[in-house]
Design a protein around this ligand. Structure first.
Ligand code: ACO
Length: 325
């Protein structure tokens, strides 16, 4: 029996930060950001609003749309690169905030590929037949971990969360296959150097701004285009499919130029690619569930559609999944 998404939800904070807002604090321009990234605005969480709070809001909507009771959830997987704390895990905090103390919960640290990793792990758990409903949530507050004085990263990221309830399929919907990859040899291209045990947070690491995201954007760009194309084509081949059988591609929303290059490589017109990077920027592990959920709400993705999810992120990690909605 297949494992399917039974309901989805998303949540973005109220505050909208436009490129024009960023022009006032950084040596940048709306024209540069739009041309190089496609981003026009992004959302920013309040200081008092935590990643777990965004996750809980998205999860409540997913629970409602799945038509289940929160107590029907058997397992929680939270994908995030911006957890509330190093530990306890954000998954545990989300469980408690949902009133689900006692339900197993865990975080997945796979950067922007986190949601696809989490879906794949939920797929495996449900396939054992021991669980009925798994909550998978991608949630990020990247504004709090990027350097407000670094124009090369600060303009790219945003805050948000997206969630899905997965369970055994009752019709022909479900996950058709997935392929995941990782290569830690490229880890330094996108990292948050301090805060862990390698470089603990202290006066020196703070002065050197090592507690903020460091990224070699150009190299990431080239690898993202190549790896997302490779893994998508490899998965389609494994499934005996070609890209003309896909109704939609939902790529990680990092940069419109990466998305366009991917669509070209897969020979899929942009009309069949979901894009919302203009509104939310790069929300890392939250970007794919926000994009799917919003596209369902807008009536673009419909029941029965075959969708390719594909992402690339810190680790480096990358991966793809094909599912019927
Ligand atoms: N405003 C104005 N100028 C800027 C800005 C800015 N916000 N940021 C950089 N520049 C300048 C640079 O300083 C550089 O100036 P110089 O030529 O005088 O040195 C110039 O613009 C060109 O910089 P590049 O880095 O070569 O610009 P590029 O076209 O590569 O665009 C970008 C940079 C947007 C970061 C691009 O490389 C990119 O999107 N890379 C992928 C990043 C990404 O997607 N990361 C996340 C993926 S994984 C994940 O999602 C976690």
């Amino acid at each position: 029996m297949k494992v399917a998404i039974k309901g989805m939800g998303f949540y973005v904070p109220e505050e909208v930060v436009t490129n024009f807002d960023l022009e006032k604090i950084l040596d940048t321009s709306d024209a540069w950001i739009v041309e190089r990234t496609g981003i026009r605005e992004r959302r920013r969480a309040k200081d008092t609003e935590l990643t777990s709070d965004l996750a809980v809001n998205a999860s409540k909507m997913a629970i409602k749309n799945a038509g289940i009771d929160p107590t029907d959830i058997d397992f929680i997987i939270c994908a995030t690169a911006s957890p509330d704390y190093l530990f306890p895990s954000t998954g545990c905090i989300v469980g408690t905030k949902l009133g689900l103390g006692g339900v197993p919960a865990v975080d997945i640290a796979a950067g922007c590929t986190g949601f696809i990793y989490a879906l794949s792990i939920a797929h495996g758990l449900l396939a054992t037949g021991n669980l009925k409903n798994v909550l998978v949530v991608g949630a990020e507050e990247l504004f709090k971990i990027v350097d407000p004085e670094d124009r090369s990263t600060y303009v790219l990221f945003g805050d948000g969360a997206g969630a899905a309830i997965l369970g055994l399929s009752e019709d022909d919907s479900g996950i058709l296959g997935w392929e995941l990859r990782a290569d830690g040899g490229y880890g330094e291209l996108l990292m948050l150097p301090a805060r862990g045990v390698a470089l603990p947070l202290n006066q020196e690491t703070i002065e050197k701004k090592l507690h903020y995201v460091k990224m070699k954007g150009n190299e990431i760009f080239k690898l993202a285009v190549r790896c997302m194309g490779d893994v998508s084509l490899s998965l389609l081949k494994k499934l005996g499919m070609n890209s003309s059988q896909l109704d939609w591609i939902v790529p990680h929303q990092a940069n419109i130029r990466i998305i366009q290059a991917l669509a070209k490589r897969l020979d899929v017109p942009m009309e069949r690619v979901i894009v919302n990077v203009d509104k939310y920027g790069n929300t890392s592990a939250a970007s794919i569930p926000i994009a799917i959920c919003e596209a369902i709400e807008e009536g673009k993705i419909k029941k029965g559609d075959v969708v390719l999810l594909v992402a690339f992120g810190a680790g480096l990690t990358w991966g793809a999944m094909v599912l019927r909605i």
